[in-house]
Design a protein around this ligand. Structure first.
Ligand SMILES: [Zn+2]
Length: 234
């Protein structure tokens, strides 16, 4: 059975979570068992399943008995991820030393295109930052798998400059969870040079942590987030 997105609730820990199906361009949320990971995930087990099957899986999980050499592969992958995270932290620390840094707490509202099959997109109202006017737009990318009509979802966003630019403006930008928001995000820094010919960034991944978070976003009416702009001085 399907429930309309707007009437759904956020997932409850350990009980269930929602699956969004798409039908004729509309999103529907259904309850399905919440997926959890095996406790041996750190040493390479990729099992994901309903909470009530976790214990049985862990009793029969083969990963604790694997030789050290195989476990090393999983640990190296973890180290590589940690290295990436550290690089991001260092990058953010460097960016915070820029002369021109500004942050805006924004809210994107849902709209539908006029297409035959309307497509959902999100947009903020105009806001001022670094002497120009901007909007942020977000789009839901679908990877629909027939015949179940379920899809893996990805949210992408773009920053659009609405002012006339006399000179090119080069920015780093970073979307974060806003105040009072419970979004679970894995921040990522992007950069772009705006000029008279290029007034919008490419669509970049809105860095939410996984598709559960994407479900939460689609089930909520608005998307609140904080956008930090760092201007690169020439
Ligand atoms: Zn396992």
């Amino acid at each position: 059975m399907c429930f309309n997105v707007s009437t759904s609730q956020a997932p409850l820990a350990g009980v269930s979570h929602q699956r969004i199906t798409v039908f004729w361009g509309r999103y529907y949320v259904e309850e399905e068992p919440r997926l959890v990971q095996c406790r041996f995930q750190r040493i390479g087990c990729s099992w994901r399943g309903p909470f009530h099957e976790k214990e049985a899986h862990e009793l029969s999980c083969t990963h604790p008995k694997k030789p050290g050499e195989e476990v090393m592969g999983a640990l190296e992958a973890l180290d590589a991820q940690r290295e990436l995270d550290m690089t991001l932290f260092k990058q953010v620390y460097d960016l915070l030393s820029f002369e021109k840094v500004t942050f805006s707490d924004l809210q994107m509202r849902p709209y539908r295109t006029d297409d035959f099959i309307p497509r959902l997109y999100y947009e903020t109202s105009r806001f001022s930052a670094l002497g120009s006017q901007w909007v942020v737009k977000a789009f839901v990318s679908e990877n629909i798998k027939n015949p179940a009509m379920t899809c893996t979802r990805l949210l992408t966003y773009q920053l659009v400059c609405k002012s006339k630019l006399q000179n090119p403006v080069r920015l780093h930008y970073l979307a974060l969870r806003g105040p009072f928001s419970e979004l679970n995000m894995r921040p990522r820094v992007y950069d772009f040079e705006f000029n008279q010919e290029n007034m919008e960034t490419e669509k970049k991944e809105f860095p939410i942590i996984d598709s559960n978070e994407c479900n939460k976003i689609l089930a909520a009416k608005n998307i609140s987030f904080r956008l930090i702009l760092f201007q690169i001085q020439k």
